[in-house]
Write a protein that binds this ligand. Structure first.
Ligand code: NBP
Length: 482
C-alpha cells in the first residue's frame, strides 16, 4: 500500500506532525536531507508505527499515492526553494507540495504562481503550537492553490486541534500566501500578548513590590477571567518555578529577548499597508530595546534611575492592571484584524475572519477563551472594520478605560516602561477622536513642500496650495499618498 502523504524534514515539527498523522490512520513516508535522521526516527519514535522512510526524493515520490502530497517541514527560505526545484521534475501534474514552515508570505505568492505554470499545486500553511501542538493537535492555517485543498483537508483537519465543540482549528484561509500571512499575524499577536503580560509583571514586581508567589496567584486568578489563555497559564507556572536554590528561576534569566522575524514582518507589512498596528510593533521594538542590555545598564547608572513604589491599595491596582491588560489585548487583536482586512482587500483573498479566530481558538500559542468572542463578533458582522466596535468588546473597553488610564498614568509617573499598554490606549484615543491635529500637519507639508491639502468646506479630492510666505511660487507638488 502506498503512502497517503510524504513529509520532508525530521526536526522537531516534522517528526511530531508525522506521528500525529500516523495516530490518525494515515500512512506517512518520511524523508530528511541527512539520511541518518530517517533511520534514527524509524528506529526511535516511529518504531512500531506504519511510518515508512525514504532515502531519496525519487524513493519518496515512488512511495506515494496520486495525487501526491508532500509536506516540507524544513527551514524557511532557500531550503524550501531548493526542495521544490528538485521535486518538480519528479512529480506529475496535479501533485501537491505543501510548505508548513514559517515562510514569509510573498515567497508563497511567488511559489504558488511559479508552480501553477507547471501544473503542480502549492499550499503554504502556517502551523502553530510548537512541539506539543504538532504532536497532539496544532492550529493549521493553509492557503495557496484552492484545487489542492480537498485532497489535503481530511488529513489536516484530522490532525489539527479541536475546539470544545469539536470543530477543527484548521480551515482553508485563501489563495496564494493567505495562509502564511495569517500565520504571520498570529505570531505578531503572540508578540503583543507576551509583551502585555510582561508589562503587567513588571508593574506588579517593581511598582507593587509583589513576591513571585503573589504574582503567580494573580495570574492563576486572571486565568479564570476573560483573560483565560495559554500564555497567562504558562506565565503562572513560570512565576512559580523555583531554581535549585529555591529562588524563582525567572529572575536568573538574562533580560534580553530573542526574535526570529515574524513579529518584524508583521510590523513591516503594517507600515507597507498603512495600518496603525501600534501595539505589535511596539512589542517588537520592546524586544529590540531589551537586547541593548549593556547600554541600558550604563544608562540606568548615568541617569541615576530610582525605582518608585506604586502607593495605594494593592488589590485595587491588581484589578486595574487586569482591566488594562484585557483592554490592551482587545486593541492588539483589533489592529491585527485590521491588518488582515487590508491584506485581504489588497490581495483579493476574501478572508473569513470568524474562521481565522476559530483556527486560533485551539492548538496555537495565542489560544484563548477570548477568541470565541472574536468569532461571535465576526459572525454578527463579517465586515466589522474595528473589533472594538462590536458590542461585547465595546462594553469591555468602556468599562476598563478609567482603570486603564490610571495604570498608564501611574507607569509614566513612576517610570515603569509599558510601551504596549500605553500605546494601545493612545491608539483608542486617536481612533475615537473625530478631529485629529493632522490639519496642522497638512499645513506644514504644504508650507515647506507645496504638498497641497484638502479643505473641510470643499468636496474631498479637491486639493489646494497656499503660498504661505508670499515668497514661494504657486506651483504645487504632485498629490499622491505612498
Ligand atoms: P528547523 O527549522 O530547525 O529545520 C530543520 C530541518 O531543515 C531539518 O530537516 C534539516 O535537515 C532541514 N534543513 C536545513 Br536546517 N538546512 C537545510 C538545507 N540546506 N538543505 C536541506 N535541508 C535543510 O526545524 P523545525 O524547528 O522542526 O521547524 C520546521 C519549520 O517549521 C520551520 O520553518 C520553522 O520555522 C517552522 N515552525 C517551527 C516551530 C517550532 O516550534 N520549532 C513552530 C512552528 C513552525 P538536516 O536534518 O539534514 O539538517
Amino acid at each position: 500500500m502506498k503512502g497517503d502523504i510524504g513529509v520532508i524534514g525530521l526536526a522537531v515539527m516534522g517528526q511530531n506532525l508525522i506521528l500525529n498523522m500516523n495516530d490518525h490512520g494515515y500512512k506517512v513516508v518520511a524523508h530528511n536531507r541527512t539520511a541518518e535522521k530517517v533511520d534514527e526516527f524509524l528506529q526511535g519514535p516511529a518504531k512500531g508505527t506504519n511510518i515508512v522512510g525514504a532515502y531519496s526524493l525519487q524513493e519518496l515520490v515512488d512511495k506515494l499515492e496520486s495525487p501526491r502530497k508532500i509536506m516540507l517541514m524544513v527551514r524557511a527560505g532557500d531550503v524550501v526553494d531548493s526542495f521544490t526545484d528538485k521535486l518538480v521534475p519528479l512529480l506529475d501534474k496535479g501533485d501537491i507540495i505543501i510548505d508548513g514552515g514559517n515562510t514569509n508570505f510573498p515567497d508563497t505568492n511567488r511559489r504558488v504562481a511559479a508552480l501553477k505554470e507547471k501544473g503542480i499545486h502549492f499550499i503554504g500553511s502556517g502551523v502553530s503550537g510548537g512541539e506539543e501542538g504538532a504532536r497532539f493537535g496544532p492550529s493549521i492555517m493553509p492557503g495557496g492553490s484552492p484545487e489542492a485543498w480537498p485532497f489535503v483537508k481530511p488529513i489536516f483537519q484530522a490532525i489539527s486541534a479541536k475546539t470544545e465543540n469539536n470543530e477543527p482549528c484548521c480551515d482553508w484561509v485563501g489563495n496564494d500566501g493567505a495562509g502564511h500571512f495569517v500565520k504571520m499575524v498570529h505570531n505578531g499577536i503572540e508578540y503583543g500578548d507576551m509583551q502585555l503580560i510582561t508589562e503587567a509583571y513588571q508593574f506588579m514586581k517593581d511598582g507593587l513590590g509583589m513576591t513571585h508567589d503573589e504574582m503567580q496567584s494573580v495570574f492563576i486568578e486572571w486565568n479564570k477571567t476573560e483573560l483565560n489563555s495559554y500564555l497567562v497559564e504558562i506565565t503562572s507556572d513560570i512565576l512559580g518555578y523555583k531554581d535549585t536554590d529555591g529562588e524563582p528561576l525567572v529572575e536568573k534569566i538574562l533580560d534580553t529577548a530573542g526574535q526570529k522575524g515574524t513579529g518584524k514582518w508583521t510590523g513591516i507589512n503594517a507600515l507597507d499597508m498603512g495600518i496603525p498596528l501600534t501595539l505589535i510593533t511596539e512589542s517588537v521594538f520592546a524586544r529590540c530595546l531589551s537586547s541593548l542590555k549593556d547600554q541600558r545598564v550604563e544608562a540606568e547608572e548615568l541617569f541615576g534611575k530610582k525605582k518608585s513604589i506604586v502607593e495605594g491599595d494593592k488589590q485595587v491596582w491588581i484589578e486595574a492592571l487586569r482591566q488594562a491588560l484585557l483592554a490592551s489585548k482587545i486593541i492588539s487583536y483589533a489592529q491585527g484584524f485590521m491588518l488582515m482586512r487590508e491584506a485581504s482587500n489588497e490581495n483579493g483573498w476574501d478572508l473569513n475572519y470568524g474562521n481565522v479566530a476559530l483556527m486560533w481558538r485551539g492548538g496555537c500559542i495565542i489560544r484563548s477563551a477570548f477568541l470565541s468572542n472574536i468569532r461571535d463578533a465576526y459572525d454578527i458582522d463579517p465586515e466589522l472594520s474595528f473589533l472594538g466596535s462590536d458590542s461585547y468588546f465595546k462594553g469591555i473597553l468602556e468599562n476598563s478605560t478609567s482603570a486603564w488610564r490610571k495604570v498608564a498614568a501611574k507607569s509614566m509617573e513612576v517610570g515603569i516602561p509599558m510601551p504596549s499598554m500605553t500605546s494601545a490606549l493612545t491608539f483608542l484615543d486617536g481612533y475615537t477622536t473625530a478631529r485629529l491635529p493632522a490639519n496642522l500637519l497638512q499645513a506644514q507639508r504644504d508650507y515647506f513642500g507645496a504638498h497641497t491639502y484638502e479643505r473641510v468646506d470643499k468636496p474631498k479630492g479637491e486639493f489646494f496650495h497656499t503660498n504661505w510666505t508670499g515668497k514661494g511660487g504657486d506651483v504645487s507638488s504632485t498629490t499622491y499618498n505612498s
